[in-house]
Design a protein around this ligand. Sequence first.
Ligand code: ADP
Ligand code: MG
Length: 690
Amino acid sequence: MAKGRTEPELSLGPGDLVARWPGIGYTRAQELGNMGVKTFEDLLGLWPRRHQDRSVITPLRMLRDGETATVQGEIHSVRYDPAKKILRVQITEGRVTLMAIFFHATWIQRQFHEGYHAVFSGKVEKRWNQLNMVHPELQVLAPGERPFLGFIPIYPLSGSLKQNFLQRMMRDIVPRFAPQLPDPLPPDIREQQGLTNRAEAILHQHFPADLPSLEESRKRLVFDEFLRMALAVLIMHQIDPNTPGMVQNPGGPLVNKFLASLPFPLTPGQTHVWNEIQTDLKNPSPMARLLQGDVGSGKTVIAILTMLAAVDSGFQAAFMAPTELLAEQQWLVLQNFLQPLDVPVAFLTGKDRNAREYRAALKEGTIPVVVGTQALIADRVEFKRLGVVVVDEQHRFGVKQRARLSQKGEYPDMLVMTATPIPRTLALTVYGDLQVSRIVGLPPGRKPVETIHLSYRERRFAYQTVMTAVKQGDQAYVVCPLVGGDDEESQVKAAVDLAEGMKKVPGWRIGLLHGKMSSKEKTRVMDEFRRKELDVLVATTIIEVGVDVPSATVIVIEEADRFGLAQLHQLRGRVGRGNKAATCFLIADPKTDQARERLEAMVHYQDGLKLAEEDLRLRGPGEILGMRQHGITGFQLANPLKDLELLQRARRIAREILQRDPQLMAPEHRLLRHWVGGALEDGIPAQVLH
Ligand code: ADP
Ligand code: MG
């Protein structure tokens, strides 16, 4: 702020909005609001995207072409060319001159006075012997005035907001308000961890004295982000240590009968995770295990074993799937395996007509196993003795939903299954104390799915392959493009059109499957396809997960460039589930480099873990692996993949804090409690907030 202006009494609280800052004006306040900044506290957390090192002034004679530098010199001439609207400002230092060039920027002309000094920061262009800088950052210094050097914050902008304005505003606001922010971290922990206090960290994150102080401040702020998340997740998964856990017997008659009835031996990978799960089941403290296994690695068998252990021990088991279609598919699979063992399986979705009877039976305890969607966590579903919960393809579920399901029983054992590999540390952050198991390898005889990228001109080849496959008695999927955005409506239309077109091909029995069909219709179509009464299934992405028809050997994905890598991998996983060679056609004329690289990655890699890494490389950690779906939001500075050490430290500290004070009720944790309360939108149990 300019000197001499009367400064209003302003505070950090929610009552005082940045709009009250003198000179900000309506438009700028709106624009800050668009970036989520309403209060001064919000503004303190508007972190610079980066810093520009203007700590060193480079003499003009030392400048090299192409380098970024900060220079200072006396203003020698200021010339404006009105025809071209170009402003040229020449500065001199000794006998060397540099020309700063500004386009369409008449308004800055007024700042320059001959005889004053100017400081420019920008990229140097050296043409013959002339030094130029186009649109440098600038400061004009009156005689005797010293330049502002150091690390200059570069802020994210919105609308017509100017970098200069924000920088000046921050320079006033940060030193004034940051010291008023209380530090939620108890001082003993802060000292023991060797962390800066929060106010100082905030100050230095905006205006670091040097690189080490920027690093130190970032460390503290990243630690805070992790600590907050870790506390929230741990509290959500908190288990009263006095709760008697359940001891289940993984070696009972049903488990043994099931193993004996399997037409195949477990793969070494399956055996390994089953051993890990058995140990958990025998242990009275509740299991919380994340089971990762690539598409087709045979997770369902593991889920069944786990559920049968519960039934053998006199408990019930619930299997939760992300979509109705998948729940139905899994229900069929489970019935196939469990009917011969005389284990009835209930099915519960939101709409099912038998829901009421099933509910009653579950409450009575007369049905031991239930499959369903989110409806399972609806409040009306009660269990007599819920012992095991399996959550399939969890990347579709939020933290909150999982926590609610486990509250149904007396802390049942929980197995969360996913084909989307997420790094272990991330899993720990998101799921708290989840243990991680991985099924390594696929069942024997699986051949890699040959993956071919075709342009639209070559598309016929894909359908010729479909034809050949159908002639041999195999089956195929055709997945429809996401026409015009990804709304379901248009995707359904595309599927319908495509199916209509294909029905004209003589000899093909075409089925259609999309999200707008009733669940009865969907089941009917899936059954027909499974029974080989249909040759080709034209579908939307609802077949993405779980659909398991071993005799399908070809999948054609239209406009494959519109899908993400994880989705493509899941879709490809629908074929190659038997022991015949399978093919996946990606039909696309990719328009961006990223899309092209995604398709290339699909062609080159079969392994989900490898593809996840590629995904990370292409998209960066913010977007990867549906972190939002995993419930990770709110990391501003932290990069969980890189800030590993801090993440582990924060988790350890969070656990120590909660061991002493499980509900954060101690006076010294008051701020911490308040702070954690907002960490997950509404996922924090009420007891934390009161
Ligand atoms: P996912 O891990 O993708 O859920 P599934 O559990 O659906 O995989 O298994 C994929 C297919 O592999 C199924 O048809 C299943 O019957 C079969 N399968 C599972 N385990 C084995 C095994 N040990 N040997 C051979 N086939 C198996
Ligand atoms: Mg599965």
